[in-house]
Write a protein that binds this ligand. Structure first.
Ligand code: PGA
Length: 262
């Protein structure tokens, strides 16, 4: 204990916004945060646009010296070669990405990504100096059968079996039933699972490394409910889908410290 973890507010755009729209969105986000006197030491802000937008985002961020970080929504487990349609971590690193989302439930569900593949993707991210944002979470069915934390715990264990202890890591707890449903977990539910996940990380990585991992909550996060999540001792930020496309909403989430009530 005793490590200070800088909160991370991450916007997962999913398959929304072309590269021109991405420029406008990031620009507006930067202005809105500036107007609000956002201090990036209070909360780091990152966006995850589609791959085809990343070069434009990089150009804007570097030209305007923005403090907004960015990353890809997925990564290939392989570094190069005959893997049609895949994106290497080397390419993401070359675009100055800091992060990459891995194992989002939509990839697990629609692309049949297994825990084993997700583990290899996590290692690919580490090889290229990218911070993995490893997503875990239970479906409504899992919740009923096993409770909230069993599936996320087993997903974390599987994905991090060979993880180097000293590499930076973000874990996003996203109950599948809460994603895009408008029905977020309660702050207490999210906080309880985050605490169990930190205990799991302690088992796998040791206490010192586990203490440094930022655990995000994701699933219908809004300006109106972020403060409650941020009050939980093991919740260090949010992975935001729908609300990340609305600049006022997303900037409001990043400014969670200003919301006094939940
Ligand atoms: P949501 O999505 O905020 O729209 O629920 C979260 C996510 O899928 O990362």
């Amino acid at each position: 204990m005793g490590v200070t973890r800088t909160p991370l507010i991450a916007g997962n755009w999913k398959m929304n916004e072309d590269h021109l729209q991405a420029i406008a969105l990031v620009q507006k986000l930067a202005w809105t945060l500036k107007d609000a006197n956002h201090d990036f030491a209070d909360a780091e802000v990152a966006v995850f646009p589609p791959f085809t937008d990343l070069r434009s985002v990089q150009t804007l961020v570097s030209a305007d010296k923005l403090e907004i970080a960015y990353g890809g929504q997925d990564i290939s487990a392989n570094d190069s070669g005959a893997y049609t349609g895949e994106i290497s971590g080397a390419f993401l690193a070359k675009l100055d990405c800091s992060y990459v989302i891995i194992g989002h439930s939509e990839r697990r569900q629609y692309h049949n990504e297994s825990d084993e593949l997700i583990g290899r993707k996590v290692l690919a991210a580490v090889r290229h100096g990218l911070v993995p944002v490893l997503c875990v979470g239970e479906t409504a069915e899992d919740l009923e059968k096993f409770g909230a934390s069993a599936v996320p715990v087993s997903q974390v264990k599987a994905a991090l079996a060979d993880f180097p202890k000293d590499a930076p890591l973000v874990v996003a707890y996203e109950p599948v039933w809460a994603i895009g449903s408008g029905k977020a977990a309660t702050a207490e539910q999210a906080g309880e699972v985050a605490t169990v996940l930190r205990a799991t990380l302690t088992e796998i990585l040791g206490a010192e490394a586990a203490d440094k991992v930022r655990i995000l909550y994701g699933g219908s996060v809004k300006k109106a409910n972020i403060a409650g999540f941020m009050k939980q001792k093991d919740v260090d930020g949010a992975l935001v889908g729908g609300a990340s496309l609305d600049v006022d909403e997303f900037a409001g989430i990043a400014q969670f410290g200003k919301h006094v009530t939940v």
